[in-house]
Ligand binder design. Structure first.
Ligand code: GLA
Length: 384
């Protein structure tokens, strides 16, 4: 990828890039829709991500081109917000790097020319947007010699997505891209920002973790994500707590809330936080296989209480369990994207075949299976 980016950059901009930076996508093991409720998440980084070749320019402009997009975009970094400028759909991908540059401008970042390449499927719920934001953020900070620690850089990238792109995401994806460590999952407390590395090596326990791109593509800038977030905030306000993380007495909270929709949302968020804690305990105890039950409970809760699952994910979980998986669940924001399956290694092929067959029976586009090796975080990948 790097030679292609170097040559591509020279062809596009008529000079060499000053460096190439990379940031990975993520899979969340457990802790879904907890991040913006001040809660806990447990993602790990994928061995797939976004690379950015970059060089400074002195005209206050960010010019971005991508091997995955037909047209480039040029935008001043001292503009307002991308969302208020109402960019047309074909420029939408560039809102992420431009948004990051505009947020980092307050910290001293200037203009740059960028060329982007990605081996992460887009719309697959694997955080290709956060990877693009984080690779851009690292590149710009390093080009301009600006030191921002990684937890703070994750918050700035999240802010870019919230304010500039208009997607009210939480802190998980950017933190995963910037903080994960190979062979580990990242336990992140999204309220305090504190995180810890939890060893996660399914293969050492005779297990495989499959990532399945369900091929139902999602677009989180669509309204459902924002609706869920607003429902959680309404429930927290009705319960008199700052965030649903603070609900200690679930039965009491469910008794207080009149709206059945809000009751279901609270049920999910509160139990999901407990599942993250339980999952961390199981991993630390070396009981990786027991994680399967947590994944199943999380999926049912996301399907029935939070109502963000989708037919392809439900069918894949069902087929996987019938074929001998220990557990499985949808990952990410929902309404499309990917799911994960924890399976004894010797049954992995059987589970893959069962999911593929379940899709074929329904006439759906075949799913894709990715490598789920817990990998390292964002980094500079070339000196020049
Ligand atoms: C998306 C968001 C994250 C998080 C998940 C759901 O990936 O970007 O912040 O809320 O959905 O857990």
């Amino acid at each position: 990828m790097t030679p292609r980016l170097g040559a591509g950059f020279a062809a596009a901009y008529g000079r060499e890039p000053e460096g190439v930076w990379y940031a990975p996508g993520r899979v969340n093991l457990i802790g879904e829709h907890t991040d913006y409720n001040g809660g806990l998440v447990l993602p790990f980084a994928l061995p797939l991500g976004v690379s950015v070749a970059a060089a400074r320019r002195d005209d206050g402009v960010l010019e971005v081109r991508s091997h995955q997009a037909r047209a480039g975009v040029t935008a001043p970094i001292d503009g307002g917000t991308v969302v208020s400028e109402g960019w047309p759909a074909e420029r939408a991908w560039a809102a992420y790097p431009v948004g990051v540059a505009r947020v980092l401008r307050e910290h001293g970042v200037g203009g740059a020319s960028l060329l982007i390449d990605s081996d992460l499927p887009q719309g697959a719920g694997l955080s290709s947007s956060a990877a693009l934001e984080c690779a851009t953020a690292l590149a710009l900070c390093e080009l301009y010699g600006i030191r921002i620690d990684r937890p703070e850089l994750a918050r700035l990238a999240q802010r870019a997505e919230n304010e500039q792109v208009g997607m009210p995401c939480g802190l998980m994806d950017q933190s995963a891209s910037l903080l994960c460590k190979a062979g580990h999952a990242l336990m992140l407390d999204c309220r305090s920002g504190l995180s810890g590395q939890v060893p996660f090596d399914p293969a050492a326990s005779g297990l495989a973790l499959l990532v399945v791109d369900t091929r139902a593509s999602h677009a989180l800038t669509g309204g459902e994500y924002g609706t869920r977030r607003a429902e959680c905030e309404a429930a927290a306000a009705a319960l008199g707590v700052e965030a649903l993380r603070d609900v200690r007495d679930l039965a009491g909270a469910l008794g207080t809330l009149r709206d059945p929709v809000l009751r279901r949302r609270v049920q999910h968020v509160v139990t999901e936080n407990h599942r993250v804690e339980a999952a961390v305990g199981l991993l630390r105890a070396g009981a990786v296989a027991e994680l399967g039950a947590m994944l199943n409970a999380s999926h049912l809760s996301l399907r029935d209480q939070f109502e963000v699952s989708w037919p392809e994910a439900d069918a894949a979980v069902d087929a996987a369990l019938r074929a001998g998986a220990r557990g499985g669940r949808m990952v990410g924001g929902g309404f499309g994207g990917s799911m994960i399956v924890l399976v004894p290694a010797e049954k992995a092929d059987r589970v893959r075949d069962a999911i593929t067959a379940a899709y074929a029976r329904r006439g759906w586009t075949a799913p894709e299976f990715l490598d789920a090796v817990p990998s390292g975080s964002a980094a500079r990948i070339t000196a020049s």
